[in-house]
Design a protein around this ligand. Sequence first.
Ligand code: CUA
Length: 186
Amino acid sequence: MHIDPLEKKWIQISLGMVSLFMGIIMIDALFHGVNAPSNVETIDSRKIHLSEEFAEENLGVQVAENGDITVRMVAGRYAFFPKHITLPAETRVTFRWVSMDVLHGVHMPMTNMSTMIVPGYVSQIESSFPRPGEYPMLCNEYCGLGHDHMWSKALVIEKEEWQATRAKQAAVLNTTATADEESNNE
Ligand code: CUA
């Protein structure tokens, strides 16, 4: 079979490009944690506020007894709730996102935190922030007239500072609880 040398050259170039792109995808997936969200978990969008997990008081940053950090966020026209969260740097964080109305997306620039938020499904992404700073959460799926203004903020602070703040908050909660108890006993 005769293949024209020029044709051969282009076959090689296109195969080279395909290998390059495959390589980039593999490096991103294996070393940078950039993956398509794959946990197919459903939720009734109309009853999010009634669900145990995404009820208002459970939104935001939660720390499990074993120290795992989970952030639960609700996307709705036109914000991500809660509007502000504070996270520790250099720590693995699991984000769980749901939409209360239409299709949204969320993207935190310079991180792997980027996913579609499809109504009816929970999108879960694991991420960590190497550097403290202010990270915007931006909607990247057109969702209506306010789409351009749909964003919230995550403040990432040093791990130690974050732990100290949590401990202080817990202490304040404890004293208020005890004070309440004492006033009840009087
Ligand atoms: Cu939400 Cu665009």
